[in-house]
Design a protein around this ligand. Structure first.
Ligand code: PLP
Length: 348
């Protein structure tokens, strides 16, 4: 029973069927396929942003890095959380593509407005010698499983706007956040001051596609050039479009995220009843961090459960609390969760 990552999850049949359908005949290449036209219009409609520039790339790292490089200059700095994916898990690709550096704000997965203002004020104090202020990047849902509320996003965006800085949202788990907040895509993005979005698809069921959305269409051409120069313009693009189209049509993306979040809620409630399981922060969607004594982890792995531990398990005493991450993906049913919980309860 694997709860390591939503990247381990299978692809929903609707998406596989769409790929088979897309395989009929010939289609123009490099994003000029007819499915992409539909994807663009659907995303513009879903986000209530008829002028938005919409693109597809195959990885979240590419989406984040190419968006950020379009939003900033090489002499600027990008403000982000110290545990953000762009800082910890992208092998410096955002810095590589943008030429900019990162400024780590505070010490939490959720950027706090006071700390953001402090970090912004601290930069640009050395004139031509120092980094200039650049975009703010927030992750929704955060890397630790929290969700920024609409007011929190607005507050951060307002600070960014005060300094004339753009805001990027790494929405690798966009759909899970949206379902958790029960709001519209527009409310969670441009209406709250977000300028560009990595619209995740892969973690919520796609084989490998992330949307890129700029609410300011003036960014379109520069992004296109950067995507090509960054080797992320797919020639047989229709296979990316077909996945995203199936994801958006009939609200499949919302249905998948609803299922993941509902199953995750069942897991969260069940884990709360197990002595010795402690949540790092209150999880709000489908990703959670808990500590449990090392002995429990050892028994869990022996019983066939699979997940990542986030602190050392080898060589520590049985009582030592060890941090672990559980991710519940779209394919998990409530019965799966009950099976997982039954094993967990037996470990105590
Ligand atoms: C918060 C976040 N952003 C972006 C990504 C995308 O990464 P990848 O380049 O592996 O698709 C991930 C994947 O783990 C993530 O967790």
């Amino acid at each position: 029973m694997i709860y390591s990552s939503d990247n381990y999850s299978p692809v929903p049949p609707e998406v596989l069927e769409a790929l088979v359908d897309a395989n009929e005949g010939y289609q123009p290449s490099y994003g000029a396929d007819s499915q992409m036209t539909k994807v663009r219009h659907l995303i513009q409609k879903i986000f209530e942003a008829p002028d938005a520039a919409v693109y597809l790339v195959a990885t979240g790292t590419a989406a984040n890095s190419l968006i950020l490089s379009t939003l900033c200059e090489p002499w600027q700095t990008i403000f982000c959380s110290p545990v953000s994916h762009i800082h910890e898990d992208e092998c410096n690709a955002p810095e590589f593509f943008s030429g900019a550096k990162l400024t780590l704000v505070g010490d939490s997965d959720k950027i706090n407005p006071t700390e953001l203002r402090k970090s912004i004020l601290a930069e640009e104090s050395r004139g031509v010698h120092g980094p200039q202020r650049g975009p703010i990047s927030i992750t929704q849902i955060t890397e630790k499983g929290q969700v920024y509320t609409l007011n929190e996003i607005k507050e951060l965006s307002q600070i960014a706007k005060e300094f004339n800085l753009p805001v990027h949202m790494d929405g690798a788990r966009f759909a899970n956040a949206l379902v958790s907040l029960n709001c519209t895509p527009a409310e969670m993005t441009w209406k709250a001051g977000v300028d560009a979005v990595t619209f995740g698809g892969t973690k919520n069921g796609l084989m490998g596609v992330e949307g890129v959305i700029f609410f300011d269409p003036d960014k379109a051409w520069e992004f296109e050039l950067r995507r090509k120069r960054g080797a992320h313009l797919f020639s047989k693009h229709r296979y990316l479009s077909a996945q995203m189209l199936a994801y958006l049509e009939n609200d499949l993306w919302i249905k998948l995220a609803n299922k993941a979040n509902k199953s995750a809620s069942r897991l969260i409630e069940g884990l709360k009843d197990i002595k010795d399981v402690k949540f790092l922060v209150e999880p709000k969607a489908n990703l959670m961090f808990v500590t449990m004594p090392a002995s429990m982890h050892r028994k869990a792995f022996a019983a066939g459960l699979e997940y990542y531990t986030w602190s050392e398990l080898d060589g520590v005493s049985d009582e030592t609390p060890v941090l672990a991450r559980f991710v519940v993906d779209w394919s998990r049913s409530l019965d799966d969760i009950d099976e997982f919980l039954a094993i967990m309860k037996n470990l105590v």
